[in-house]
Design a protein around this ligand. Structure first.
Ligand code: LLP
Length: 432
């Protein structure tokens, strides 16, 4: 009935998440409100970790891609789950460090890390810096040299694999701003250069083919291509790759139409390719890293809104306006992403209408979705949009000077605030 199995209906007919009444949460904290189920996040971490144990003898590390949802509490949870993390900016790294996360288990990504960010990564002894380009390689080697240190790096490779997903979230193909291309020989030259950098230890390779991928083919193709490259490096350069980071991208269910695979199916398929390759070729079995972001947090989250104006345009559509929109969820305006929504205070009633849920920004495209099946909407109803735990809070903005919503975690039937709602004073904080 619901897209995520942590959602239920209670005796009052209200939607619950992790056993907590969402209508009570809306009253207690106000709307818009992000709510996330902590146990579900922890469960998803275990699913990925267990898949590495089961199919790859535990010879790997799951790094939560924190761009999906980043705040201190999520890094504390990742630390307690023995996860690694992927960070992409000084801001994410700083937040992790502030939360007490051991960043020796962090991978630092980005196609244009600033000098400040690279220095920070060295200061904090980030475990693996994923080098994107030659300029960055030279800069890092110089910075490490100035400190008399050897820095561990992976190289980001474009495997030339085309994942079936939205154009803006595809990254593995040759025409991408990320990494070194295999086909052109650029990746091979980059490995040679990294091996000649005296203050650099090349630990291995990284690739990421895209996001919200709902089949295993792209991943197995990428694993295959990367293993062939690893073999070529051994034959031609005598270089043995220790780490192979295969990125994230595992798809989730946003609507009933999506049919995601169980997450461990990906690792099973990937492990088969790598184990098979290593059995038949003279290459060392690499330590595997994977970087799921969306799949760890998206299904665990919902967003609650209050319905304001309702506008029926005869024979065209009905607009149901809510007190948030593209500022807290820009995914429709960016990618036309589909979501499932329901009225939290009428969760036991059938969905009899199809409406356009509109945000409150001065922008016609500010929608949560069009043609969305939903219960009969009235002013004051609480709308819950499901599976918003990833790339919503983390991509929120203050457009129109709206305040970013609070984030509440629920666990064991209790709720607690992990990110406060912004105030109007926060909005003018940096204005002179
Ligand atoms: N690793 C790397 C190097 C990445 O670039 C990404 C995502 C991930 C891991 C995590 O991918 P995930 O498991 O979350 O699919 N804003 C877009 C998604 C952008 C993904 C960017 N990179 C969206 O809302 O769909």
């Amino acid at each position: 009935m619901f897209v995520s199995d942590n959602l239920c209906v209670n005796a009052n007919g209200n939607l619950t998440i992790g056993g907590v009444d969402t209508v009570d949460l809306a009253k207690k904290y106000g709307t818009p409100l992000y709510v996330m189920d902590e146990d579900m996040i922890r469960r998803e971490c275990s699913v990925f970790q267990n898949s590495i144990d089961k199919y790859y003898d535990g010879h790997g590390l799951v790094c939560y891609a924190s761009k999906a949802f980043s705040c201190k509490e999520i890094y504390r949870i990742m630390q307690s789950e023995n996860m690694g993390i992927d960070v992409v900016s000084a801001g994410e790294l700083y937040t992790a460090v502030q939360a007490g996360f051991d960043v020796s288990k962090a991978c630092f990504h980005g196609n244009n890390k600033t000098l400040e960010e690279l220095k920070m990564a060295l200061d904090y002894h980030v475990g693996r810096i994923v080098v994107d380009n030659i300029y960055e390689m030279e800069t890092l080697n110089r910075l490490a040299g100035e400190r008399n240190e050897i820095i561990s790096v992976l190289l980001r490779i474009k495997p030339g694999v085309d994942a079936h997903t939205h154009n803006f979230i595809r990254t593995g193909q040759i025409d991408s701003k990320f990494g070194f291309a295999l086909e052109t020989g650029e990746a091979f030259e980059a490995v040679k250069k990294a091996l000649s950098c005296p203050n650099m230890e090349l630990k291995g390779l990284h690739c990421h083919i895209g996001s919200q991928i709902l089949d295993t083919q792209g991943f197995t193709a990428a694993a295959e291509v990367m293993m062939e490259f690893i073999e070529m490096l051994k034959i031609k350069l005598g270089y043995e790759t220790l780490d192979l980071n295969l990125g994230g991208g595992y798809g989730i269910r946003y609507t009933q139409e999506d049919d995601p695979l169980p997450y461990d199916a990906y690792m099973k398929a990937i492990a088969e390719v790598i184990n098979g390759f290593c059995e038949t070729h003279d290459v060392r079995r690499p330590f595997i890293l994977i970087e799921p972001g969306r799949s760890i947090v998206a299904p665990a989250g919902i967003t609650l809104y209050t319905v304001g104006g309702i506008k029926e345009i005869p024979n065209i559509r009905t607009y149901v306006s809510v007190d948030g929109g593209m500022c807290d969820n820009p995914r429709y305006i960016l990618y036309q992403s589909a979501y499932d929504a329901l009225i939290a205070n009428k969760a036991d009633q059938p969905k009899t209408e199809k409406v356009t849920i509109a945000g409150k920004c001065c922008e016609s495209g500010d929608l949560i979705g069009e043609n969305m099946p939903i219960q009969h909407c009235e002013v004051g109803d609480i709308i819950a949009v499901c599976a918003t735990g990833a790339y919503n809070y983390s991509m929120a903005s203050n457009y129109n000077r709206l305040q970013k919503p609070a984030v509440v975690f629920v666990k064991d039937g209790k709720d607690r605030i992990v990110v406060k709602r912004e105030t109007l004073d926060d909005i003018v904080r940096y204005d002179i």
